[in-house]
Design a protein around this ligand. Structure first.
Ligand SMILES: [Zn+2]
Length: 464
C-alpha cells in the first residue's frame, strides 16, 4: 500500500490410533477457532481449515446498491471440525451447504458460523456454498478511511488493507490462508467490472453483463478487489501475458493517471530485472476517481490507485513502482502475520528508490543517506503496533534496513538473496525470522545483529 502524500505451544499428545477414528486424537470433533490470533486484526481469519479456492459469483446493481452473491469455497479441514466460521461483515445469508448438504448457520457479528450435518475429519476436503445478499457496508478504519465495499456514484469499489474481502464475500480473511480465485461479476450493461487476474471474457443478457476473472496463483484475501463503474479499459498483452489497465472515465484520457499506468509493463520489466520473473499470469492497474480512496493498493496482478497520486502535471511512476514491487514482495510472498508488514512495505519503498534512480532521479545511496538523517529510531520496524502499521518505521526505516543489508553483503549477494528468497517463498507466506535466516544462509555470515540494529534498535545504527 502507498498512502496518499497529501493528505499454541505445541502439545505433545500420545496418539492412540484406533481403527475408524475420524475425530481428533481423542476421536472428537471440535469447533474451529473464531480467528487466527493475529492481534493486529482481532476476529479476522478463522482456524481449523485452509481454503484452496474461491469461486465467486456476484451481481451488483448500482441503482439500489444491492449485491447478491454465491460463493463456493473449496477447503481442507486441518483438524476434526464439528463447526467452523467464515468472515462475513453485514449481508444476509440465505443458505449454506457443505458438500452439497444443507448446513446450519448463524451470524455472530462479522462471523458466519457453519455447522455441517456431520463432523469433518482432519485432512478432509470439503466444499462450502453460501448464498447471500444485501447492501454491502464498508469497514471503518481510523488511519486510512473506510475499507471494504464502497458504493460510488457510478458503481462500487471493494478495496482495503488489512481487511476488505469480508464486506463482499464469505472468506477466511487473513493472508496466512491464500487461495486461488474465479470471480464472476454481473453488472448493468455499459459498466466495467474489473477484478484480479486473467480476463475470461464477458457475456451479456437481458441488460446485464457478466465479467469473468481468474487468479490461478494463491492470493491473500485483502489483495482481491472489485471495481465497478465507468472506466476506459485498455486490453492488451505484455511479455505474452494479458495487460488490463483501466482509468476512471471522469479522469482525462491523456492526463498523468493514464500516462502513469501506461508505464506498467516497462516498470514491471525493470523490477523483474532486479527481483526475478514477474510472478503472475496478468498485468494491469486501475485508477479510480473516488477521493475517499486516499491510497494505492497492490491488489494482485492489478493494483488500484486513488486519484490523489495523479494531481500533478507529470506522471507519478513512483507509486506504480511501489505497487508493482508488491507483486513480488507482499503478493507472491505474503506476510504470515501483520506485525511483519515491513517485509512488504520496506521492499516496496526500496523498489521506489531503485526505480527513481533508474529513471534518472535521485540515486539510491542519496535516498538512503537523506532518510537516515531524518529517521526516528525510537519506532520499531518489526511489530510497530496496529496503529503504526502504515507508519514511516515500516516503510522508510524498512527500506533503510534493506539498503543496509545491500551495503553489508555487496550488490551481487544482495540481489542473489532477493531473487532466491522470492523464488523459494513464491506463492507462500513468511516471517521476518524466515527472511533473516535466508539472508544469513545465502551470505554465509551472521546478519542478525545487523537486522536487530536496523529494524528494532532504539538508536541510530552504525553505517555498514
Ligand atoms: Zn505498499
Amino acid at each position: 500500500m502507498t498512502r496518499g502524500r497529501r493528505w499454541g505451544a505445541a502439545v505433545l499428545a500420545v496418539a492412540v490410533l484406533t481403527g475408524g477414528c475420524t475425530g481428533d486424537d481423542d476421536g472428537r470433533f471440535r469447533p474451529g477457532a473464531a480467528d487466527v490470533g493475529d492481534p493486529y486484526v482481532p476476529g479476522s481469519g478463522n482456524g481449523g481449515y485452509d481454503v484452496g479456492h474461491y469461486a465467486l459469483k456476484v451481481r451488483y446493481d448500482p441503482a439500489d446498491d444491492r449485491l447478491t452473491g454465491e460463493a463456493v469455497l473449496t477447503a481442507t479441514a486441518t483438524r476434526a471440525l464439528s463447526r467452523f466460521q467464515l468472515d462475513l461483515a453485514g449481508l444476509t445469508v440465505d443458505r449454506v451447504r457443505v458438500d452439497g448438504a444443507p448446513a446450519k448457520h448463524r451470524r455472530d457479528g462479522a462471523e458466519l458460523v457453519v455447522t455441517p450435518a456431520h463432523g469433518l475429519p482432519a485432512g478432509q476436503r470439503f466444499s462450502v456454498e453460501v448464498t447471500y445478499g444485501g447492501v454491502p457496508e464498508p469497514l471503518p478504519s481510523a488511519e486510512l478511511g473506510d475499507g471494504g465495499f464502497q458504493a460510488t456514484g457510478d458503481g462500487a469499489i471493494a478495496l482495503g488493507q488489512p481487511e476488505s474481502a469480508s464486506t463482499w464475500y464469505p472468506v477466511n480473511d487473513h493472508p496466512s490462508d491464500k487461495a486461488t480465485y474465479e470471480i464472476e461479476v454481473t453488472v448493468p450493461d455499459g459498466l466495467a467490472a474489473l477484478s484480479n487476474g486473467v480476463p475470461r471474457g464477458t457475456a451479456s443478457r437481458d441488460g446485464w453483463t457478466t465479467w469473468r476473472w481468474s487468479e490461478a496463483s494463491p492470493m491473500a484475501s485483502y489483495l482481491s478487489t472489485l471495481v465497478i463503474g465507468n472506466y476506459r479499459v485498455a486490453t492488451g498483452t505484455h511479455a505474452g501475458k494479458p495487460m488490463i489497465t483501466a482509468v476512471a472515465a471522469t479522469l482525462p484520457a491523456d492526463g498523468p493517471a493514464a500516462a502513469s499506468v501506461a508505464r506498467t509493463g516497462e516498470i514491471a520489466d525493470f523490477l523483474a530485472g532486479r527481483f526475478g520473473p514477474y510472478p503472475f499470469d496478468a498485468y494491469g492497474g486501475i485508477v479510480v476517481a473516488d477521493d475517499r480512496i486516499r491510497y494505492a493498493l497492490e491488489t494482485q496482478s492489478r493494483p488500484v490507485y486513488g486519484p490523489g497520486f495523479f494531481r500533478g502535471t507529470r506522471p507519478n511512476t513512483e507509486v506504480v513502482a511501489h505497487e508493482l514491487a508488491h507483486q513480488w514482495f507482499g503478493d507472491s510472498v505474503s506476510v504470515a502475520r501483520w506485525s511483519d508488514l515491513w517485509l512488504n512495505e520496506g521492499f516496496a519503498t526500496y523498489a521506489e528508490w531503485l526505480w527513481v534512480e533508474h529513471d534518472g532521479g535521485r540515486a539510491v545511496e542519496r535516498a538512503f543517506t537523506d532518510r537516515y538523517a531524518v529517521t526516528d529510531w525510537s519506532k520499531p520496524t518489526v511489530d510497530p503496533g496496529r496503529a503504526a502499521m502504515f507508519g514511516d518505521a515500516v516503510y522508510q526505516r524498512g527500506a533503510l534496513a534493506v539498503h543496509a543489508l545491500r551495503r553489508a553483503v555487496g550488490d551481487a549477494t544482495f540481489f542473489r538473496i532477493l531473487r532466491g528468497w522470492l523464488a523459494e517463498r513464491r506463492n507462500g507466506t513468511a516471517t521476518t525470522a524466515d527472511f533473516i535466516g535466508y539472508a544469513e544462509r545465502t551470505a554465509g555470515k551472521p546478519l542478525r545483529p545487523l537486522f536487530d540494529a536496523w529494524l528494532i534498535g532504539a538508536s541510530p545504527p552504525a553505517l555498514p
